[in-house]
Design a protein around this ligand. Structure first.
Ligand code: 4AD
Ligand code: MG
Length: 460
């Protein structure tokens, strides 16, 4: 390539006579006979200080470069006398690929995350979002590495589907425009309903299809976008998020929890080893003590308690919750936080939930009241993983479907794998953005996904 990445330039062991960097100007400082540009190319957190001296051809013009401009600079990498950086680039030639006018919205002052969401096309060029999206990319790679090292097959499950895996009625409908009647500007859209011959939507989970693959390949995983028309305006829910769903044949709930724990610890360790510069920024500016917390989690073994025990602990707490707790109720985020922050003081698996508050596919326990489900709860973030051992018994599954109002005829293929070579199997889903919230300390899910989709917001 015809440029050196700033990350590599910064890591140089020796001065370099001539190299070329290309990037975007973060700040400009100038005086009569010298100007300093901080140039960032996204390859690392730090910006490279570029020094323009008055002797540089075109100095007067160049010293007026706008913040946000795109530049290419050729020059000598020399030891920097300035504090906190080892190298700076003494410019011999500067080309302006694209100047920026003074209305560029990302000026040096600190902007709120709310404001930065309104300029999602530019926020990747800020310190915080540079760090967020570098970590997101590194951890995506780590996710594949974790499963590939363990022999899991990566399966791409469909995005358009006729099945509502979670049965929560939160699917987005898929339709086509009727080509005979194109939409009028400002008019009614004419949707055509019959493309697939049945109603379809965007997937809420790839689990049902992942189960099919698990009964052929043993251990499989998905990693892809997932959609929920959940009308909850919270800091933890997005209408479009990415989910990782492993599914294992010949596994029970205990093995499922073990995989979840190994997975989280692996990702945390990977972040500590590979994302040090970005984590240091989050640790200093977003969540104090973040790195210590991650170091502990990378080594800890996670607590486990049953739903019944969790309810008892909440009732015993004497705490007055907005939603009172009784056996059979769904745990709200205030309960999840209390359990992780006050009862356990760390991550906890809650297992064996009442069947009435969980999905139809979870394996019925011998008590016939609870299912072999698990949620992993983390301090601050709450539920990050939802999983279960699946119901592998054809007759029990059919009965559960009917109880949950799902016509068995609507999922013949799902029942088929219980007829031909059924086996115990288990899996879970990890919400990628929720994990990133935990790993960065960022508090709003909208700030962990490049272009967030939430109620009323599908811009960019
Ligand atoms: O608990 P959920 O709904 O479980 C499933 O979808 C199962 N089919 C997974 C499986 O067993 N294969 O979702 C799993 C995780 C949650 O724990 C949460 O981290 C995340 O997905 N999640 C969301 N993340 C962001 N926005 C939303 N609206 C989310 N809904 C779920
Ligand atoms: Mg869940």
């Amino acid at each position: 390539r015809n440029r050196t990445r700033i990350k590599d330039a910064m890591a140089s062991a020796v001065p370099v006579d001539s190299l070329c960097v290309k990037g975007w100007v973060r700040t400009v400082r100038r005086s009569k006979d010298v100007a300093f540009l901080a140039v960032n190319d996204g390859s690392c957190f730090a910006s490279l200080q570029v020094v323009l001296e008055a002797s540089l051809p075109g100095f007067d013009e160049l010293a007026r470069i706008g913040t946000g401009a795109c530049v290419e600079v050729t020059g000598a990498l020399v030891a920097s006398p300035a504090q906190g950086q080892s190298w700076e680039l003494k410019a011999a030639a500067v080309g302006v690929l694209g100047d920026a006018d003074p209305e560029y919205p990302l000026q040096k002052k600190r902007h709120s995350f709310e404001y930065l969401r309104t300029i999602a096309h530019l926020r990747p060029r800020s310190n915080t979002f540079g760090a967020v999206f570098r970590m997101r990319s590194s951890l995506s790679f780590a996710i594949h590495r974790f499963f590939q090292e363990r022999g899991f097959l990566y399966v791409q499950t469909p995005i358009i589907t006729a099945n509502d895996c979670e049965g929560a009625g939160e699917m987005f409908r898929v339709t086509t425009l009727n080509p005979a009647k194109p939409p009028l500007v400002g008019g009614q859209v004419d949707w055509k309903e019959d493309f697939f011959g049945e109603a379809t939507g965007l997937t809420v989970s790839g689990q049902l299809q992942a189960e099919l693959f698990a009964t052929a390949f043993g251990d499989v995983y998905t990693f892809g976008p997932t959609f929920r028309a959940e009308n909850s305006n919270t800091s933890r829910h997005a209408a479009e998020f990415w989910m990782i769903e492993p599914e294992m044949a010949f596994a029970d709930l205990a093995e499922d929890c073990r995989l979840g724990e190994d997975f989280i610890r692996y990702l945390v360790r990977y972040a500590l080893d590979q994302c040090g510069e970005d984590l240091a920024f989050f640790n200093d500016h977003v969540e104090k003590g973040l790195i210590d917390k991650l170091e502990q989690v990378a080594e800890a073994s996670f607590a486990t308690m049953s739903y019944t025990e969790a309810v008892a602990a909440l009732q015993k707490s004497g705490q007055s919750f907005e939603f009172p707790v009784e056996w059979g109720c769904d745990l709200q985020s205030e309960h999840e936080r209390y359990l992780t922050e006050k009862v356990v003081g760390g991550p906890v698996f809650v297992t064996d939930y009442p069947k009435d508050i969980k999905a139809f596919y979870m394996r019925l326990n011998d008590d016939e009241k609870t299912v072999a489900a698990m949620d992993l709860l983390l301090p601050r973030v709450g539920e990050i993983i939802g999983g279960s051992q699946r119901e592998e018994r054809h007759d029990v599954l059919t009965r559960r479907m009917v109880e949950c109002g799902i016509a068995p005829e609507s999922l013949p293929w799902y029942l088929d794998i219980r007829r031909w070579g059924s086996c115990p199997h288990a899996g879970f889903g990890l919400g990628f953005e929720r994990f990133l919230m935990y790993a960065t300390g960022m508090e709003n899910i909208r700030d962990l996904i490049p272009f967030p989709r939430t109620p009323g917001n599908a811009k960019f």
